[in-house]
Design a protein around this ligand. Structure first.
Ligand code: FES
Length: 154
């Protein structure tokens, strides 16, 4: 049975019909709504590549059923920049070499935006690493990622 969901994605209201109630937010974004910036890594809640903000909270979109999001506000990496102007966290990742291959970067940036908004980033590298521990970087660019979060927090 098809389900209808009304949600806001990156500031735009979207009405979505779900033929399969088991579709995840991650698959909805990438396959139906042409928003491929959110990445699929493990697809089981272990890597953080699929991190988005739902009502301002960091969430693994691979573990979130789209059917549960009626009325929700979703922000993806595509929703951060203001036109040509990068979000300060995006700029800080570039400034501090907070990536290598870049595959995990959208999830890292969304997680950093959420962490800073939670007021949990601070200036302490250990605290930042703990707060970002749900986001795995296979290239191990953790030093640059930590510097970027520190920089964006200031
Ligand atoms: Fe969602 Fe890895 S793809 S946590």
């Amino acid at each position: 049975m098809a389900l209808s969901v009304s949600l806001t994605i990156n500031g735009t209201a979207r009405d979505v019909t779900l033929e399969d109630p088991r579709v995840t937010l991650l698959d909805l974004l990438r396959e139906r709504l042409a928003l491929p910036g959110t990445k699929k890594g493990c697809d089981r809640g272990q890597c953080g590549a699929c991190t988005v903000l739902i009502d301002g909270r960091r969430t693994n979109s691979c573990l979130t059923l789209a059917a549960t999001l009626d009325g929700a506000e979703v922000t993806t990496i595509e929703g951060l920049a203001d036109g040509d102007r990068l979000h300060p966290v995006q700029a800080a990742f570039i400034e501090n070499d907070g990536f290598q291959c870049g595959y995990c970067t959208p999830g890292q940036i969304m997680s950093a935006v959420g962490l800073i908004a939670e007021g949990r980033a601070g200036d302490d590298p250990e605290r930042i690493r703990e707060g970002m521990s749900g986001n795995i970087c296979r290239c191990a660019a953790y030093h640059g990622i930590t510097l970027a979060v520190q920089d964006a927090t200031r």
